[in-house]
Design a protein around this ligand. Structure first.
Ligand code: NAP
Length: 246
């Protein structure tokens, strides 16, 4: 039976590499994203029956229509990779613009919730029942960087949602896990390449990893039978500041 995956934010970065990796390993992948040209190009590169479907994860109606289209096209979904995410400008907590706070929360946690809710509804009703959800957390789901209040709060919230969804999903054979990335070389890691602000105010060019390292871990998690789960996995640059608090 064909295995159907949906990857949010599949147009670039970690989402793009992971979507292509899943497709090259037998999955039919729905590339979900805001930029139609970008997701269509990724779907073309992935080949097979993979398709791009426009979706803004921060909009619950857009997420509903994504899952309605998946249901009508494929009849089921076996894997949801909640990958879409944004950062806010790195400014002191007291200077964070309300619209920047709201954008990060809307995409990084409300978006994950909307997609999870729709995936639960489809996964519990399909035959065979069940599926897997993998949330893209972060090292920021564990520790903050300076001036990252919105992003850090949103990623800590993702951990809470992973835990609660993994408990609520059990009775429907829905396995829920989280991948916490540190410094994958994408647009989002621009600051690491030019010099990321450290807690003492200094700037440090930090090591990064190939996003393919992340995609390979997601592929491993996705390849398990639903009776097995990876609740949390961390994939990070070995020498980035974190271990030993530095
Ligand atoms: P990226 O290159 O900036 O890509 C972000 C992706 O999310 C883009 O495809 C973007 O699409 C999509 N997106 C943003 N808002 C969206 C929305 N409202 N609806 C749908 N898609 C939306 O960043 P990345 O590094 O690949 O990050 C992917 C995930 O990994 C994020 O959740 C991030 O927090 C997490 N992460 C990354 C790192 C890292 O080192 N790179 C570390 C920890 C965690 P558009 O093209 O439409 O903007």
């Amino acid at each position: 039976m064909k295995q159907i995956a949906v990857v949010t934010g599949a147009g670039r970065g970690v989402g793009r590499v992971t979507a292509i990796t899943l497709a090259k390993n037998g999955w039919t992948v729905v590339m979900a994203g805001r930029d139609k040209a970008a997701i269509d190009a990724v779907a073309k590169e992935a080949g097979g029956e993979s398709v791009g479907i426009v979706c803004d994860v921060s909009n619950p109606e857009s997420v509903k229509s994504l899952f309605a289209e998946i249901k009508s096209k494929f009849g089921r979904v076996d894997l949801l990779f909640n990958n879409a995410g944004v950062v806010a400008p790195g400014v002191p907590l007291e200077d964070v613009k309300i619209e920047d706070w709201q954008n990060v929360i809307n995409v990084n946690i409300s978006g994950v919730f909307y997609c999870t809710q729709q995936a639960f509804a489809l996964m519990k009703s399909q035959k065979p029942m069940g599926g897997r959800i993998i949330n893209n957390g972060s090292i920021s789901a564990h520790v903050p960087r300076p001036n990252s209040s919105a992003y850090t709060a949103s990623k800590h919230a993702v951990t809470g949602l992973t835990k609660t969804a993994s408990l609520d999903g059990r009775k429907f054979d829905i396995a829920v896990g989280q991948i916490d990335i540190g410094n994958a070389n994408t647009d989002m890691a621009e600051q690491m390449r030019v010099g990321a602000t450290q807690p003492d105010g200094s700037k440090l060019i930090e090591p990064t990893i190939d996003p393919q390292n992340v995609a390979d871990a997601v592929l491993y998690m996705a390849s398990l039978p639903l009776s097995a789960n990876v609740p949390f996995i961390t994939v990070m640059a070995t020498k980035m500041p974190y271990t030993g608090r530095g």
